[in-house]
Design a protein around this ligand. Structure first.
Ligand code: NAD
Length: 361
């Protein structure tokens, strides 16, 4: 018997490597098992990541029977639901990669099961550990902006379309909206305190994904590569949300929060150090945040290598498991994120605004 926290990793592809590395850094924590449905893949992963002594399985249920305290679920989106439900029902805490699930129904089921079993369900949004994002949240929640009534967010890749499971509707759920849109939604909603979404009116497109000129798997491309949505949130807040995997433009613009006392503009993530333009009262000043969240009016380049946000999300999950919760990025919050993506798809398909209904859990 070991007194270490026993970890299992389900799905041993790209993102699982970051989870394994983070767990390895922690004392009193050991990755004891890895499951991947492709025979031989878990074994290779264990070897490549130096997870000495870990057991390999091809079925996550065998991993759960073997016995672990917590799992990282790093499968493609389509398997997040089944593996999370099985883990929670086996009394195991879950850190599931983003997006939470493929459908809203699956996400509801996952949250219900976590509640019933009393196990933690946390979703892997590592940008939450970026001090810049924490600063945005602090500014918005501090009330310095006054009443926030409008938020615009989104992200745009110019040429950044994935393939494989990411472009199949039944396997991924949605395209750019779910894959990278869930991050923008999380940044905005987390800063606002995750208000409930009420309705959404959206349009989606896939001109680039379905064109052999732009995508090698054009004949199999079933999801959206661009989407825009107007979302009504509880508290009279309007959210404009737009995302692209491909477009003839460099950016879809900044994230901005408009309040009755001040506004906050954040440069698009990935375009260099984040900066915030703060425009309140007379004139405006530009704030830059260093890695430790210090305000300064002098630009300080963000040294991202100083903080490994991928590892931080794993450390925080482990801490929560060890201390008995709560989940750092709780499934019942991220349910709202999934509900918006679900609403986007329904609205785009019907060509009209749709209500978002989230049952009490
Ligand atoms: N947080 C992030 O920054 C980030 C980055 C990339 C991917 N992701 C998310 O992580 C997930 C995995 O993405 P990836 O790029 O690592 O994919 P990947 O294809 O590289 O790896 C997925 C692995 O899961 C295995 N698998 C599939 N179904 C399984 C099942 N039922 N049980 C066990 N193993 C199974 C596959 O064989 C594969 O080895 C996706 O949901 C993706 O959205 C998150």
């Amino acid at each position: 018997m070991t007194d270490k926290l026993k970890i299992g990793i389900i799905g041993s592809g790209g993102i699982a490597r970051g989870h394994a590395r983070a767990y390895k850094n922690l004392e009193h924590v050991e990755v004891v098992a890895v499951a991947d449905i492709v025979p031989g893949r878990a074994e290779s992963f264990i070897k490549a990541q130096g997870l000495d002594g870990a057991r390999a399985f091809t079925d996550h249920r065998e991993l759960l029977e073997f016995g672990v305290d917590a799992v990282s679920i790093c499968t493609p989106n389509v398997a997040h639901h089944e593996t999370s439900i099985d883990a929670l029902n086996a009394g195991v805490h879950v850190l599931v990669e983003k997006p939470m699930a493929v459908t809203l129904e699956q996400a509801i089921d996952m949250v219900r099961t976590a509640k019933r079993t009393g196990r933690l369900l946390s979703v892997g949004f590592q940008p939450r550990y970026d001090p810049n994002m924490q600063m945005i949240k602090e500014i918005v929640r501090s009330g310095q902006l006054g009443t926030v009534y409008y938020v615009e967010t989104g992200g745009g890749r110019r040429r950044g379309m994935p393939g494989g499971t990411f472009i199949r509707k039944d396997l991924a759920g949605a395209g750019a909206m779910a894959d990278i849109g869930c991050y923008s939604l999380d940044m905005a909603l987390n800063a606002l305190g995750y208000p409930k979404p009420l309705s959404v009116s959206a349009s989606t497109y896939n001109y680039f994904g379905t064109s052999p000129k732009y995508h090698p798997e054009a004949d199999r491309f079933e999801v959206e590569d661009f989407g825009v949505a107007l979302v009504r949130l509880e508290g009279g807040i309007t959210l404009l949300f737009k995302i692209s995997w491909a477009m003839h433009m460099d950016s879809l613009g900044a994230t901005m929060f408009l309040g009755t006392d001040a506004g906050l503009k954040v440069t698009p993530a990935g375009s260099g150090p984040w900066s915030g333009v703060w425009d309140g009262g007379v004139g405006s000043i530009t704030l830059y945040h260093d890695l430790f969240g210090q305000h300064t009016e002098t630009p300080i380049p963000v040294k991202r290598h100083q903080i490994d946000i991928f590892a931080e999300k794993v450390y925080d999950f482990v801490r929560a498991v060890q201390e008995g919760g709560p989940a750092p990025i709780p499934g019942d919050e991220i349910l709202y994120n999934q509900a918006i993506i679900d609403g986007v798809l329904r609205s785009a398909e019907s060509g009209r605004e749709v209500e978002i209904e989230i049952p009490e859990i």
